[in-house]
Design a protein around this ligand. Structure first.
Ligand code: NAI
Length: 255
């Protein structure tokens, strides 16, 4: 049975995914701050390194699937933290586990992005170039200076999607498919906290998908499982919006 490592395993989308994978017989290695198989703080280089080492130990250096789901939203204590978890933890774990995935069976990795990545102006921010240049100190500093959680979040999700798309050749050479799932609204603690935020609550509540509802974590988990599976054997480097039509609503003529 496949061995799958999942970050953000203790809550929301990650928890739903772990449950579905375990029900399907996968060997799951959950990673989160607490209540998981590997308990680490992915906002720090030391925590990321520990996560990589412990995953490699548990899977004996051969990993079939990796899902990077851990994330923080606009209510995070600082904008730097948003970049540290949503971008730098993802890039570190992709780098640190790429070789083990290359030895896996029909290997595949999925990064959880967001429809926020298409928010106007998300791509034009200086923090995006700093993230993609792997300059963590400068990126976190710039994000904290700008102190705009919504743009920090959108920028982190845009940058992580670009990171994936820039690596299509490298990962294909290793034989590993790598994709992004971009959710819209998912009824999780992260979303709930955003709806109650004094600055963003009203806008968050009013941003409703054409399908007229938010999604359940299990609906995202199903899509991630599809991307991991052999049924998705020719999908590589794509950003799969799973957002009830939000992306199409925001930018109907761009895709
Ligand atoms: P959630 O808050 O239910 O789960 C996120 C998990 O990440 C938590 O278990 C949390 O402990 C973990 N995490 C956060 N910081 C961490 C750290 N420093 N070290 C280790 N683990 C850490 O949130 P949800 O909604 O399930 O989010 C999962 C992903 O989906 C995130 O990347 C989020 O940005 C993304 N997303 C969520 C949307 C939503 O509407 N809920 C919409 C679009 C994207």
């Amino acid at each position: 049975m496949p061995i799958t490592a999942v970050t953000g395993a203790a809550s929301g989308i990650g928890a739903a995914l772990c449950q579905q994978l375990r029900d399907a017989g996968h060997d799951v290695i959950g990673i989160d701050r607490a209540n998981s198989d590997i308990n680490v703080d992915l906002s720090t280089p030391a925590g990321r390194q520990q996560a990589v080492s412990e995953v490699l130990e548990r899977c004996n250096g051969v990993l079939d699937h990796l899902v990077l789901c851990a994330g923080v939203g606009v209510t995070a204590p600082s904008c730097g933290l948003i970049l540290a978890v949503n971008y730098f933890a993802v890039s570190s774990l992709l780098d640190g586990l790429a070789e083990a995935l290359g030895k896996g069976s029909q290997p595949s990795a999925v990064v959880v992005g967001s429809v926020a990545s298409v928010q106007p102006g998300a791509d034009k921010q200086p923090i995006v170039e700093l993230m993609l240049a792997a300059d963590e100190a400068a990126a976190l500093d710039a994000a904290n200076q700008a102190n705009n959680p919504s743009m920090a979040y959108a920028g982190s999700k845009y940058a992580v999607s670009v990171l994936v798309r820039r690596q299509v050749h490298e990962w294909a050479k290793r034989g590993v498919r790598l994709n992004v799932v971009a959710p819209g609204v998912v009824e999780t603690p992260l979303y709930q906290a955003s709806t109650e935020d004094p600055r963003y609550g009203e806008a968050t509540r009013n941003f409703v998908a054409p399908l007229g509802r938010g999604s359940q974590p299990g609906e995202l988990a199903e899509v991630i499982r599809f991307l991991l599976s052999p049924q998705a054997s020719f999908i590589h480097g794509t950003v799969l919006f799973t957002d009830g039509g939000m992306d199409a609503m925001v930018r109907p003529s761009r895709f």
